[in-house]
Design a protein around this ligand. Structure first.
Ligand code: ADP
Length: 380
């Protein structure tokens, strides 16, 4: 009777093993069952592919082999040490199949099946492709970092090399203009004025190009501080006031007194505002009116610079934020500009998490709105 029970028990174990093998066969990842000394008892189809290579004739020989032949000795030492002390162990290992090293993640589980010796179930995940992609990605990042460092060095050299001689040109032409060392004849006077004006234009162009290149190389970092909205608006207006007065242009401001401070890069906000204001002056007719206003919407500070100048034709609107685009070249040349101001302003606003938009109609004027997150000093 008891021998009958033993036979039944062995039979049910065999059936359970067959069912388990059937289930494991359809899994998409390699599964292997071994004895604790590494002798393979079962390998599903994907495991066969992994160890024997796809397309090879499936060999049941695999089932009589030891998994140790594909493992590095140090991985096996780890595995046997850990599995003697616990029922599971996960590790990253290397399998050597046909002299090719494969990176794998192995999850080992102890299988305790009644009437059978303990077995180990190996779930293997082939990470070779993933590791290769990670290595490629690291390599690309390193290349990018190297070229970004070169770009930064190039920009700072360029900046120094170009600005140094220009400073002399501007300084000496300014002295000649002021006639510090004596009178100039009429022609000399005109030429010196030209040299000085062209020098200033070149300096503005170099500064804008360097700023744009820095932004594009991801090298322009903002230095945010708490800045007074009223001070920054008033001081920017002051800077274009003389230019405006020369052409009888009036600049008024309507600043919302409830809006006190902005968490932003002081120099860059001034740069953006100055671009918008000097454009408003440049493209206004004599006797024009410019209004600067501030409002708040959804946590954003909106600074509007509105003029009643020449406006921009609708078919040219798409060009406005593109570098070196001057919509009406004849006017732009007469009033001097690099064609980079708005492209820079847009990039700088976006670096702050803001935007610049505009509305304009021919001969009716333009309204540019700079929107910046009001923000606040981060708490450490
Ligand atoms: P620029 O140095 O020529 O001012 P910007 O990038 O600042 O370069 O502006 C690009 C062009 O957009 C200008 O040349 C001008 O044609 C047009 N523009 C900008 N602001 C105004 C404005 N307030 N009114 C009319 N046209 C404008």
């Amino acid at each position: 009777m008891s021998s009958q029970r033993a036979t039944d028990s062995k039979l049910s174990t065999k059936i359970s093993m067959a069912l388990l093998a059937d289930g494991l066969d359809i899994l998409p990842e390699p599964i292997v069952i071994t004895t604790p000394d590494g002798q393979i008892h079962y390998a599903n189809n994907v495991a066969m592919d992994l160890f024997q290579g796809q397309g090879n004739i499936r060999s049941s020989r695999l089932l009589t082999q030891s998994i140790l032949q594909w493992l590095r000795p140090e991985d096996w030492t780890q595995i046997s040490y850990r599995m003697q002390r616990a029922a599971s162990y996960d590790l990253d290992a290397t399998l050597c199949v046909d002299e090719v090293a494969k990176s794998v993640a192995v999850a080992l589980r102890l299988l305790s099946i009644p009437d059978l010796d303990d077995m180990w179930l190996w779930r293997i995940q082939d990470l070779t492709q993933q590791r290769q992609q990670e290595a490629n990605w690291l390599e690309q990042t390193a290349v990018l970092e190297r070229s970004s460092r070169h770009m930064a060095a190039f920009l700072s050299n360029m900046s120094h090399e170009l600005r140094t001689p220009l400073t002399s040109i501007l300084g000496f032409s300014s002295m000649l203009k002021q006639k510090i060392f004596g009178e100039l004849n009429e022609k000399q006077d005109v030429y010196v004025q030209h040299i000085h004006r062209s020098g200033k234009y070149l300096l503005a162009l170099i500064n804008d190009i360097l700023d744009l290149s820095k932004i594009e190389a991801g090298q322009l970092l903002l230095e945010k501080t708490s800045i007074s909205i009223a001070v920054i608006c008033d001081e920017s207006i002051q800077l274009v006031q003389q230019q405006a007065q020369m052409r009888q242009i009036i600049i008024g401001s309507h600043l919302d007194s409830r809006l006190k401070t902005l968490w932003a890069d002081d120099i860059r906000v001034r740069q953006m505002l100055l671009n918008l204001l000097s454009n408003a002056v440049k493209f206004s007719e004599e006797g024009g009116v410019i209004e600067v206003g501030t409002t708040e919407k959804d946590g954003m500070l909106c600074i509007a610079v509105k003029d009643n100048g020449i406006g921009i034709a609708p078919e040219k609107h798409y060009l406005i934020f593109k570098p070196f685009q001057q919509v009406d070249e004849s006017i732009a040349r007469r009033r001097q500009g690099t064609g980079l101001g708005l492209a820079l302003t847009k990039h700088l606003a976006e670096l702050h998490g803001g935007t610049v938009t505009f509305e304009s109609a021919m001969n009716q004027g333009s309204c540019f709105v700079l929107k910046l997150p009001i923000g606040s000093e981060p708490i450490d």
